[in-house]
Design a protein around this ligand. Sequence first.
Ligand SMILES: C[S@@+](CC[C@H](N)C(=O)[O-])C[C@H]1O[C@@H](n2cnc3c(N)ncnc32)[C@H](O)[C@@H]1O
Length: 258
Amino acid sequence: MTRGTTNPNRLRRVDNWIAATCGDLLRDAADPLVVDLGYGASPVTVVELRNRLATAVRPDVRVVGLEIDPVRVAAAEPAAAPPGLTFGRGGFELAGLRPVLVRAFNVLRQYAEPEVVPAWQIMTGALRPGGVLVEGTCDELGRIGGWLLVDASGPRSLTLAARLATLDSPAVLAERLPKALIHHNVPGTRVYALIQALEDGWRAAAPYATFGPRQRWRRTIEATRAAGWPVLDRPARWRLGEVSVPWSAVAPPGTSWP
Ligand SMILES: C[S@@+](CC[C@H](N)C(=O)[O-])C[C@H]1O[C@@H](n2cnc3c(N)ncnc32)[C@H](O)[C@@H]1O
């Protein structure tokens, strides 16, 4: 049992990324069902996810908030607006639902690292074919975060995101790495090297700060790519303070996906 900490707008960065990156998956789905697993003491971030996807992707999207804590399911009930927004009790098995997309945010951080891959496998095993899991962590106000895109074949990508207007250094991103990576952020690992590369780029781009933090971040990502990192996304996403790399670029040794 946890405190269930959440906040309005806490998950806006990942929601906007989901709408942009997974929008076609939802548009093409016969049943655009999305599960938000582990929404916490208030259903506010589920309501926001539904509103964002209904506006940006398709109005008939259905979002189901699932919680393991029955008290939180009862507390969410007044916010339900069926059929587009409902709540229920469920865990990693997703209560028997077959969604095309699952968002599980700030949930696995409460678990031990060896529990992560089995949890991913249970969740992705419940998805419709081609479906995806977005699993990650952020700070309480949603200013920094990190998430993984995982499908039935395993993790695909890591995205790091920050509110650029208040970003002192990309080093803070290390504090909100997904559970699968956070304990590996030590010298000698790929994820440590990535954050170092972002920091080096940020430092070298200091003169661009006069043109605003977006320009500085853009230069930082260009420098990171020039240093050999296989950055996946385009400048339109960088403007939002994001950077994505393939999972293979940061995977800790020994992470297996049977
Ligand atoms: C810190 S809250 C996160 C709330 C929200 N997702 C956010 O990011 O603001 C984590 C929630 O996950 C729930 N939880 C933990 N394990 C779960 C599981 N296996 N299935 C469903 N919910 C779970 C807890 O009850 C808690 O309410």
